[in-house]
Design a protein around this ligand. Structure first.
Ligand code: SF4
Ligand code: SF4
Length: 275
């Protein structure tokens, strides 16, 4: 008997019960204990004119904007956040704080924007233009690395390990765009990768959907506007599913895909997690 078979028999079931329930049977379990997620903000406690978090942010995810009454409002674009936690270190008042919020998959880009005050944006769920009923338990994904650092790929690879076991959801990766329903894009979409990416998209049968996976694909990430790329998928392909993070963890990817298939609800709205 091979050693790994013996190990498997001794170890027992390796796959997490999440997102169904945890080992104790609780449906509240997030499956991601101890994970560092997107920073959270309580801007009502900001000091006047303080921009320390915005100055520390390497991707300009934080900005200070004037609302309709001319008052300064902190604004956070979670689509740009690379979860570096520098804003938390920089904030002298504890307004920015660490969280374990990682489920930031959204159909609408506006839902990743957090803006306090009357001018706040609440995107709401974008209604799908194509029915996805027939895909709920049979989705095939074609992944294209459009200029990634391979951090996102490392997380994608984990989806097929025994712990996350993506196949149990009826979701599979396929090497051929001909068989793919969802084009999952990682990386900042470099100019060199645009044509191969567009050709892959064109090779997919309709209905076809596009997922921007990771801050780079959502907006260009840390390399945004550099000599080799623009703003991720923006203006390149129509995006149906946004998942920020750098990289998004495997559970976040599963959560986003299941949400896209209407098998779970979207948890982030207007930059806030809705419980
Ligand atoms: S954690 Fe996100 S918002 Fe905070 S500094 Fe880093 S990129 Fe900017
Ligand atoms: S989002 Fe982060 S991990 Fe993913 S490709 Fe970009 S830099 Fe790498």
């Amino acid at each position: 008997m091979p050693a790994w078979t013996l190990f498997g028999l001794l170890k027992g079931k390796a796959t997490t019960a999440w997102p169904g329930r945890d080992a104790a049977g609780s449906e509240e379990y997030s499956g991601q204990d101890g994970l560092l997620g997107m920073p959270r903000f309580a801007p009502q406690h900001c000091g006047d004119g303080c921009r320390m978090c915005a100055d520390a942010c390497p991707t300009d995810a934080i900005s200070v904007k004037n609302d309709s009454k001319g008052a300064e409002r902190l604004s956070v674009d979670y689509g740009r956040c690379v979860v570096c936690q520098l804003c938390i270190e920089a904030c002298p008042k504890g307004v920015a704080r660490a969280s374990s919020d990682w489920a930031f998959g959204a159909r609408n880009r506006n839902d990743l924007q957090f803006l306090v005050g009357p001018g706040g944006v609440a995107g709401g769920e974008k209604k799908p233009t194509e029915p996805r009923d027939g895909f709920r338990r049979s989705l095939h994904i074609r992944h294209v690395d459009a200029g990634s650092c391979n951090g996102c790929e490392s997380e994608l690879q984990a989806l097929n390990n025994p712990f996350y076991n993506l196949h149990r959801f009826g979701v599979f990766f396929t090497p051929s765009p001909r068989f793919a329903d969802l084009l999952l894009v990682t990386g900042s979409v470099t100019y060199a990768m645009r044509e191969p990416l567009l050709r892959t998209y064109e090779a997919m049968a309709e209905p076809r959907w596009v997922m921007a996976c990771g801050a780079c694909a959502v907006c260009g990430g840390i390399a945004e506007g550099g000599y080799a790329c623009g703003h991720g998928l923006e203006g390149v392909l129509p995006v149906d599913l946004y998942l920020p993070g750098c990289p998004p963890n495997p559970a976040a990817i599963i959560e986003a895909v299941l949400m896209f298939l209407d098998r779970t609800r979207q948890r982030v709205k207007g930059g806030r997690l809705v419980e």
